[in-house]
Design a protein around this ligand. Structure first.
Ligand code: SF4
Ligand code: SF4
Length: 165
């Protein structure tokens, strides 16, 4: 449970997961913002109006998944690093995971990386497909990683395999 150990429980994650049907339709946002906190930049970041208006600043985000096209703009706008995009249609075997990344050095396109779950445990490997790091993103890069579909809903961070890291 998030408030006990910083890791959301299965029940908490179920509440913020798009339907199975929507997940199979293409890239979609996953907003793992579980607690009520005074924060709302995600709402203003989305150009498609996929975040419902917040009833007050402490409200948890609610999403109209049919409006989301997985553009990933909102990822770098979340100070809590709680926003991801997943795409189960990326290829036959692999899904695409897009994550916020604020560590240095940044991974590079084509690099093989270790994938970590929400507890920081290693759960497999992935391949970096793209690294987006524009000025507008204010040092929160968006890293796209191809991972086996079996771990697409579990992998939420990556670790570089370079020597000394
Ligand atoms: S991924 Fe793009 S369309 Fe989807 S909620 Fe985020 S900003 Fe909106
Ligand atoms: S910007 Fe991030 S932390 Fe803030 S309300 Fe939205 S999802 Fe939650």
């Amino acid at each position: 449970m998030l408030k006990n150990n910083g890791v959301p429980s299965r029940e908490e994650l179920t509440e913020v997961k798009p339907s199975r049907e929507r997940l199979q339709q293409g890239p979609v946002v996953i907003v793992e913002c579980i607690q009520e906190i005074p924060c709302d930049p995600c709402y203003y970041a989305c150009p498609r109006g996929a975040f419902y208006p917040f009833s007050d600043i402490n409200s948890k985000p609610e999403i109209d998944y049919d409006k989301c096209n997985g553009c990933s703009i909102c990822i770098a706008n979340c100070p809590g690093l709680a926003v991801f995009v997943v795409d189960f249609t990326y290829s036959e075997e692999e899904g695409l995971l897009q994550i916020p990344y604020e560590l240095t050095p940044l991974p590079e396109k084509g690099e093989e990386v270790v994938t970590l779950n929400r507890s920081g445990e290693e759960i497999g490997t992935g391949r970096v497909v793209k690294v987006l790091n524009t000025k507008k993103q204010d040092r929160t890069a968006i890293v796209s990683v191809a991972v086996p579909k079996e771990i697409l809903m579990e992998a939420r961070h990556i670790k570089l395999r370079r020597e000394g890291q």
